[in-house]
Design a protein around this ligand. Structure first.
Ligand SMILES: [Cu+2]
Length: 352
């Protein structure tokens, strides 16, 4: 039987090896164990390019997924940190990619320094609690289950330990793509983006180590809205990049826990939308904004015709001022027949 094993990042493996080699005292030193401190926070941002290659043409196999639940002090914004709960030390958790018919073995290890119980509920699972019951793990425990991927599609996974809203708000969500037989239509570039909310006691823009506010969580009044874990995470060095003429696909999910996204790219039109994460029907053509609920997903395809900087937003635009903005940078020659600034008479090109 061909078993694939992946997703435990080399950094995580190295940190575990380091903690083991150096003895128990190291494991309880947050900095040495790679758990971050307010002075030296972990970079929790999942790069939008951090996803496995397409599967495409292969038969069903047995695939092994390793997830580690880790509580870390991560960088939320310039000057602010937050105590995140993560899958594999990033937000969102790793992009899991399997094929319909695959037998998937899930091993979930809860880091020994965790304060909370954690588990994982995959929406791609047919079976009790999506695996949540089987993977309920105390700190230091490893639990697992096996499922057969019956339905292709793009699905959310998340920690479901109660109160689940708290575990999700703190960063415990990700996407699993179950490719249909033969794979998906190919594109030049694929990206992985998820939206979430953070409920801090301190107002948006505060400095220092920010703390979670359970009342704001219960009242659904977040201070921060984030793509891939942090304030304005997908800008600067983490901006999405592509070239004129390319086709890109964004696998977009909402961890939430509470807010529906009106996902939109300013200056572009989604040529195809795989609405609600359904990947097997005919995609919806020519869409401006796609509604994605918490615990839901969509894939959007765009042909990039014109160079420039395109903003990823939730068109509930107050959220852009609370950290929810990303950037898609498209490079290449100008295409004045499609778009140009100024009017012809201003440029001295008066019609005859
Ligand atoms: Cu959890």
């Amino acid at each position: 039987m061909n078993t694939r094993s992946f997703l435990l990042s080399t950094a995580a493996a190295a940190a575990i090896a380091l903690a083991g080699a150096a003895g128990a005292s190291w494991a309880h030193d947050a900095h040495a164990a790679g758990l971050g401190t307010p002075e030296a926070p972990v970079d929790v941002i999942r790069a939008a390019t951090d996803l496995p290659a397409a599967i495409g043409e292969r038969g069903p196999e047995t695939v092994r997924i390793g997830l580690e639940t880790v509580e870390v002090t991560g960088r939320l914004s310039d000057g602010a940190t937050y105590h995140y709960w993560t899958f594999n030390r990033k937000v969102p958790g790793p992009f899991v990619r399997v094929r319909v018919g695959d037998t998937v073995e899930v091993a979930l290890e809860n880091h020994e320094d965790s304060m909370a119980m954690h588990n994982v509920d995959f929406h791609a699972v047919t079976g009790l609690h999506g695996g949540g019951h089987a993977t309920l793990a105390a700190p230091g425990e490893t639990k697992g289950f096996t499922f057969k991927a019956l339905n292709p599609g793009l699905y959310v996974y998340h920690c479901a330990v109660g109160p689940a809203a708290q575990h999700i708000a703190n960063g415990m969500y990700g996407l699993i793509l179950v490719e249909p037989e033969g794979g998906l239509p190919p594109v030049d570039r694929e990206f992985y983006v998820m939206q979430g909310e953070l409920y801090t006691f301190e107002p948006y823009g505060s400095s220092g180590q920010l703390t979670e506010d359970y009342d704001k969580l219960m009242n659904e009044m977040p201070e921060y809205y984030v793509f891939n874990g942090a304030d304005q995470a997908l800008t600067g060095d983490n901006a999405l990049r592509a070239e004129v003429g390319e086709t890109v696909r964004i696998y977009f999910g909402v961890g939430g826990p509470n807010k529906t996204s009106s996902f939109h790219v300013i200056g572009e039109i989604f040529d195809k939308v795989y609405n609600l994460g359904s990947m097997t029907g005919e995609p919806l053509p020519d869409v401006q904004t796609v509604l994605v609920p918490p615990g839901g997903a969509a894939a959007v395809d765009m042909k990039l015709e014109v160079p420039g900087e395109y903003l990823l937003v939730d068109h509930a635009l107050s959220r852009a001022a609370r950290g929810l903005v990303g950037k898609l940078v498209v490079e290449g020659p100008e295409q004045p027949d499609i778009f140009r600034e100024g009017l012809e008479e201003q440029l001295g090109m008066v019609h005859q």
